[in-house]
Each structure stands twice: as C-alpha cells, then as structure tokens.
Design a protein around this ligand. Sequence first.
Ligand SMILES: Nc1nc2c(c(=O)[nH]1)N[C@H]1C(S)=C(S)[C@@H](COP(=O)(O)OP(=O)(O)OC[C@H]3O[C@@H](n4cnc5c(N)ncnc54)[C@H](O)[C@@H]3O)O[C@H]1N2
Ligand code: MOO
Ligand SMILES: [Mg+2]
Length: 633
Amino acid sequence: MSLKSKITGLILAGGRGTRMGRVDKGLQPFRGATLVEHVMRRLAPQVATVVINANRNLPQYQAVVDAAPVLPDYLDGFEGPLAGLQIGLQYCPTELLLTAPCDSPFLPLDLAERLHAALLEQDADVALAVTMEAEEGAEPYRQPHPVFALMKASLLPQLDAYLDTGARRMESWIKSLRVAEVMFDDADAFRNINTLAELQMHEQASASQPSAPAAPASGDPDAMPVAEAQRIICERITPVAATETRALLHGALDRVLAEDIISPINVPAYDNSAMDGYALRGADLPAAGAPDATFKVIGIAYAGRPCTQTPQAGECIRIMTGAAIPPGCDSVLPQELASHIDGDSVTIPHDAIRMGANRRFAGEDLKAGGIALAKGKILRPADLGLVASLGIGEVTVQRKLRVAFFSTGDELRSLGDHLDDGCVYDSNRYTLFGMLTRLGCEVVDMGIVRDDPAALEAALRKACTEADAIITSGGVSEGAADYTRDIMARLGDVAFWKLAMRPGRPLAFGKIATEADSAWLFGLPGNPVAVMVSFYMFARPALLRMMGAQATQPVMQARATEAIRKRPGRTEYQRGILSTGDGGEPQVRLTGAQGSGILSSMSEANCIVVLREAQASVAAGEMVDVLLFDGLV
Ligand SMILES: Nc1nc2c(c(=O)[nH]1)N[C@H]1C(S)=C(S)[C@@H](COP(=O)(O)OP(=O)(O)OC[C@H]3O[C@@H](n4cnc5c(N)ncnc54)[C@H](O)[C@@H]3O)O[C@H]1N2
Ligand code: MOO
Ligand SMILES: [Mg+2]
C-alpha cells in the first residue's frame, strides 16, 4: 500500500482571518490562483484525498476540492484549529490525517513523506514540522508548527475528551500526545500569509517559490515574460454586461452565472437520519462498560412521513434514511449495529454509536440566506442539482460571447480543395473551432483569408461588427508576407509581442474598431501547436474574463519519468502524457518530438508540462508542474 493512500489531507480554512480584516484568507488571490488552491496543489500529490474545513464561502471552497467534502465545524461558536481538526478526524477515512493551513502556499512537497518516517521511527501519535527561526541579535530557536502535522486518525476520542474539558489550545493538546518533531531546513516553506500587506509582498517577490528554482536567465532580453503579457491582457479586458435567463434543463448547463444565488431555504430543510435504524435520545445510550440496553420501539418514521411521537427514557422510533428526526431524539443507531432485535424491542451494546451519530442537520448542505453559488460560477452538473435542491428552476446567466475566427495564409487550402504544391490544409480553424466551442462561445467561422491587405482589412472590419472578440492565426511574425500585423495596427491599438515562451513566441493583442463597432483581437501565431498553446495561455483566460467567469486552470505536480531539456529564460510548454506510477503517484512523460508544427504531439497528450521561466533542465525523477487538459479543453 502506498503511503499516499494511507493519508487524508485536511486544509484548515475555518479561521476568522482577523488580521486580514475578516476576509476569507484562503480565497485571497495570489499568483494567478487563490491561496487555498496553492495549498491544494502542494498537498494533493502527497495524500489520497484532500478535504477542507471551512465555515464560510463553502461553495468557493467546494470548487477547490471538487468531489471531496468541505467540512464545517462540529463545535458551534468556536473557530480554533482544533474544531477543524475534530471534524477532520471524524471524517477521516484513512489511517492518517495530514493538516495544513489554507494560507501556506509554499508548504514542502515532501511533508507527508518526512513526517511519516518520523512517526514510524519514534512510534509517535503525531509528527509535526519544526524549523529554526532567528531574530536579529537573538539566539536562534526551534519553532514548532503544530498545524503542519501528520497524526493517527485514532486520536479522535482523545481530542473529543480534551475538548469536553473546555480546553481549546492546539499546542497544549499536542503536548498530551507522543510527538515526533521533524526539522525542516526551509523555514520559508512554512510561512503563512497573515495580512493583506504580506500577501502583496509575496505576490511581488518574483520566482522565489520552492517549485521554481532560480536559474540564470539567458533568453532574448526583448522578449516579454508570459506573466506580464497575461497581466496586461487581464487588466484591459472587462466582462460583457448583458445577461439572459435560462431554465435548468434548457440551456443553463456550462453557462456563467450572472448573479449570486442566495439560498431561500435550508438544505436539508429539517434534521434527518443518515441511516435506516432506530432514532433515540443519546443520553439513554449505555455508558462505557455498562451492559447492553434494550429500547422499546414506539413508532415509525419514513422519509416524507414524519413521526411526531416523542420517545421517553428507554424508548426509540424505527427510522428510515432521510426521515425527519423525531422530537426529543438526537442519535440514530444503524439497524445492523443492534445486538438483538425482537419485534418492538431493540438491544444496543454500549460501544455501538456515539451521541449525535447519524443525524444530518438542517442546513448542513446549504444555509438559508447564504450564498449557494457565487456569481461567475460556470454551471456544471452538480450545480444544476444544487440549484434544483433550493426549489429554483431558472438562473440568470451571462449572454454567450460571440467570437469570430479565421486563418490567414496563401498556402492554406480548405477541405475539399486540391492540395497544390507547397500548400497545407487549414487545420488551425478546426482547432480554434473546438477550443472556442468547448469554452461555451458562439462561434463565427470566417474561413481562410489570403495574405492580401485589402482582404484582411475587409475580414477584420466584418468580424468587428459581428463579434465581441476576434481570433486569427498566422501572419503575426516578421515574414515578408505577414501583412496581418500592419492591417491590425492600422485598425486599432494592437501591440505585437515577442514572448519569452515556446511555442507561441509571437502574439498580437489589442482592440480594433470600425466607425460603429469595436472588438478585442488576438492574433495568434500560425504554427499549429503554437496557436493552441497561445489560445490556452492568453485567449482563454481573457475570454473567460469577458464572460464574467471565475475559473482557474487546474495545475498539479507529477514526477518526470525522463530528463527534460530546458533553457532558463523562457517558459516552455511541452506536451505530456500523465499516468499513475507503480507507487500510485502521478508521473508524466513527453509525447516525443516537440516542434511547434507537430500537431500529433498535442493530439497524443493529455496534459501540458509547464517549465517555468527560471527553470533549467529537469532530471528524471524530479517533480514538474502539469496543466491537465481535462477541465481546460
Ligand atoms: N525570423 C523569424 N522567423 C520566425 C520567428 C521569429 O521570431 N523570427 N518566429 C517563428 C515562430 S516561433 C512562429 S510560431 C512562426 C509564427 O509565424 P506567423 O504567425 O507569421 O505564421 P505564418 O508565417 O503564417 O505560419 C507559420 C507556419 O504555420 C503554418 N500555418 C499557418 N496557418 C495555418 C493553418 N491555418 N493551418 C495549418 N498550418 C498553418 C504555416 O504554413 C507555417 O508553416 O514564425 C516563425 N518564424
Ligand atoms: O510560436 Mo513558435 O511556434 O514558438 O515555434
Ligand atoms: Mg509568418
């Protein structure tokens, strides 16, 4: 069994964020994602699943963990890390739980591995990270980080007992356990970001992330870094304002929500049973070591048919999953845990369930008055169901974006035409059609435009009147027939960039206008792989922004199975195949030839390996960033 499969990751995001002016820390934007997404990216490769403990903005946190749960505190009115830990341990389906706070975007990638080694070696209950800290003029000291801990899931009863005493401090609870401390050299990896000022400072500090080792830049000094081009594009683009209404079953799927959906009701609307069994008063359960207790069944509760009888001491109600918890009851015994059932009497052993077991609380999914789905969410199947669970049948969505696209080049031939000498079939238009359609745009296919200034001008003017954005391919480099550049520049404020990336070096971006209309223009390079990479890195985020969508690109880490050559000074996007290694961990290999005309490399791939600007060649076995096609395309 791999180590990963034994561990559940718990991100602690339940705090009040008082030092950030009560903002929800985990959701603060940082380096193109939210803080919690950075934590997720670094924790996920180390564990079987990641869950989040949060008490606010649950839908936003839910989007980060996808199918895994977001767990609100079980204890009311107390938001310390132990409340989060308690619910995390209650949930934990694996032998071990690894915790990390939501504001620690640099946490070590070998945290689980090193804590686990110490846990075993020292036969401890908990292993936690320690660093050496030094303040000016003072002796260096050991700083334990109890929120970066790997612990046995079997510690739950000890934690419950500790919390029952009214104590709440993480440090003192940990002291009561067998603790292994693991010294990490890189104190910065455990830095959490407490204030908005700190956040801004880290945002500005370039490439100091442990995942992007610094390397001497040796690229073209005129080339613009990818992040800067993305920033300029994002700053200029604003969302399109128009909205429309769509029914859940008719047109809402994959659209961008234009308004927050406020929950009009609690979901579930009433406390109900999670099991078929017997509802009873937890206080009547036999104490530890006491003999089995027998209860009399006085009524029956079905889902949709509540039972209004109130059991007295020693009485219970037969209950089905989803049925309302009867008055006075607070716990449900699953029927298979009874030691004996005979007619209307049920016998229960002392250790069968804990008080409060198997009770689902009113509003534990969605609270009345809370934001069930936030504006900007792209509606997926789960969201349609969630909106329906609120009794709402229609949603307000952003109108679809209209995007015109065409290919440029005298060498291009349309499908069905004869392939003359020196010509190629136009493939970019099909790739663009696919990418735009997947993104949910209304596409306006304008065919092939010759390398002729008058034809190009006419095409751009027509596109401008018909669309919100225009995407072209080819003619943006510096060849003698690359006329697109001149015409684009004449029709608007279009800038031509040489970017520090490969593929996708040339790019044109700006606004063009006719007498009556204007549109954003993305002049993508002609090479078939370059057009796709440029689309995903620049056009896609810009179009999503125009659509008013809140979306991020799913990045994860995988181990490179082979060495990858890379020159520092430019970002490289290599096509990869992600798979599961023998130990169950993600691994990635390249698809072979990586030339920007080799479209088969894109077709074979299921991910892009992102080699950051400062990064040098990667050795076999090193971890690399991987951008999954799933969710991107
Ligand atoms: N002296 C330099 N030459 C080039 C540079 C440079 O910096 N200095 N950059 C290279 C890079 S990188 C790229 S990418 C290309 C970009 O060129 P253009 O955007 O001007 O595109 P074209 O010249 O029109 O075409 C390039 C290549 O792609 C093929 N192509 C174009 N459109 C399609 C299509 N719709 N379907 C299939 N294939 C297409 C075209 O036939 C060319 O082979 O410039 C480099 N040169
Ligand atoms: O954009 Mo080019 O395709 O980098 O080779
Ligand atoms: Mg060219």
